[in-house]
Design a protein around this ligand. Sequence first.
Ligand code: GLY
Length: 591
Amino acid sequence: MFFINFKLMILIFLLFPFGANSNQKSDLNNSENYKLNKESHFLKLKKEGKPVISDKWMVVTANIQASKIAAKILKNGGTAADAMISAQLVLGLVEPESSGLGGGAFLVYFDNKTKEIITLDGRETAPLLIKENIFQDTNGNPLKFFDAVVGGKSVGTPGTPALLEETHKRWGKTDWSLLFEDAINLSKNGFVISKKLSSSIKRSKRSLSKFLNTKTYFLPNDKPLKSGNIHYNKNYADTLKAFAEEGSKVFYQGFIANDIVATVNNASLNPGVLSHKDMHNYKVIQREPVCSRYREYEVCGMGPPSSGALTIAQILGILENYEISKLGPKNPETWRLIGDASRLAFADRSLYMADSDYVNVPINALISKIYLNERSQLIDRKNKTEKIKAGNLTSKSSLNWGKDHSIELPSTSHISIVDKYGNALSMTTTIENGFGSRLMTNSGFLLNNELTDFSFKSFKNGKKIANNIEPGKRPRSSMAPTIILKNGKPVYILGSPGGSNIIGYVSNAIISMIDWKYNAQEAASVAHGINKFGTYYLEKNTIMSKLLPSLEAMKYKVKLRSFSSGLNIIHIGDKLYGGSDHRREGIAIGN
Ligand code: GLY
C-alpha cells in the first residue's frame, strides 16, 4: 500500500522534516522504504523546481499531512469534493492559523458530468445585531487594524462547516464519516507541528496570549509549540466526531453553536454580538461564476462578495490588448502594463465591489471587453500612468459609491484538486488574519476575524461605501479560487492565500502559464511584482529586483520586499502537472 499508517507517518516526519534532503536513507524495511521514497519524491521535485506529474488524480494543499490524507481519499476512488473535505479537516488541525471550521471559504467546482462550473459561497456573515460603526472610535475614526481584529467583535458567522456538508451532498461519493477518520486520528494521537505554524506562533505570541484557551493550546508553559514536535487537539477530535455523526447542524444549532456564541460574546476583549439566530440562519449560497475570456481561455472564479475573479478579469482584460507573451517576463514594459492594469482594476474594486446581495455590483459592465479596451488605452504610454481613477460606469446597476477603507493582510490557504472522474476543484479557505480573532473555542478551533474585511468607515466624502458593515452582509473578499477552461475543459486549477495580494499572485501565475508557458511549478513560484495603489512592490532576491532602476525611470515609487504567496496549481495537459509555491510548505501529490 502506498499510503502509510499514522505512526509510520510521524516517524517519517521526524526523520525527514519538510525540506530535508530526500537522499537520506532510513532503516525501515523495503516496502516502507518504497513508501518513503515515493513521499520524498514529491518533496524533492518541489525542491528542484519541477512539477509533480501524474495520470489520474492530483491534490495540492498547503501542508503535506493534508495533501497525503486527501491523496488517500482520491486513491480510494473518492471525488475531488471528498478529498477537499478531508484536506480541510486536517488543515484546521495542522495549519490552524490559516483556515478551519471557525472560518469561511469559496469553492469553484468543475462537474465533469454536467460540464458546468459551479461556485459556492461559504463566506462568513455579519451578526444581525452589528452596528456599522463597530470598527470606529468614539470620534468616528477607524480603529487601528489589530485593535479591531483581536476579540469577539470581528467574528462573523462561520461558513466552512456548512460548505463542507453542501459540497459532500452535491458531489461526495465517499461515506461522510470516513472522511473524518484520519483527521480524528491525527487530533487524538498527535500531529506534527510544522515550521510555519511554529514560527507563526512565535510572531503572534503577544496576541495569542490574550485569551486563556488560545494561550494554553499554542503556548503551553508560555513556550511556542516547536516545529517537529507532536501535538494533540482532543477537543477538535470530539468536534470532528460530532460533525461526522450529526452533520453541520451541530455547528449551527447544537452544542458547538452554543460554544461559538459564548466564545464570541463573552470574550474578555472586544466582546461581540453573534446570536443563535445568526448561526441558525447561516446558508451556503450558490452564485453565478464570473467567467471571462483571456486569449483562448475562459477564466472562471468566484463573484461577489469576492472581488477576486472580477479584479483578475479586469487585469487580464486590460492586458489582453497588449502582447505580453512577446514582451516576456524580464521586460520592464511588461511590468509597467501589469502594474497599471492592476491599479486600474483596484480603483474599480474599491468603488464598486462588495456583497451583491446588499449592493448592485455592475458585474457585466466591469468585465465588458469594450470597457476594458477603453481602460487599456489609459495605460497606452511610455511611463507610469499618473492619475488612476475608477471607471465611470453608468450602467443602471452602478451606484454612486465612495472609495472604501478596508485593510487586508496576508493569511489563508488554498486547495486545488483533480479527481479520476475528471472533476476539478479550487477552494480558497480562511479565518482571515493569521490565527483569526485569536479566540479559540472549547471545541478546538479558532474563530475568524472576517468582519475586518469590511470597510472600517461607512462614508467617504458624504457617499456610502459599498463594502460598509451591515447586518447579515458578507464582507468583501480578495480570495480567487480559479478554474481556467479551454474549449469547455478545465486546464488550470489555481489559487493562493495572501489578502488583497491574492489578486496579483493569481494573475501573475495565470499570465506566466498562458503567456510565458511556465509549467505549474514555475508558475507557483513566479517572481512577483505587485502594484495595487501606486507603489510598485518587487520581490527581493528574485529577477524582479533587477527591474527596479527601469521602473523608477518610468516614474514609479519602487520598493523591494518579500511576499508570502502560497500558490497551489494543477495544469491538466497530456498528464496532470502540479506545483506548490516554494515560499510555503504546500505540496502536490498525484498518481
Ligand atoms: N480574508 C481574506 C480574504 O477574504 O480576502
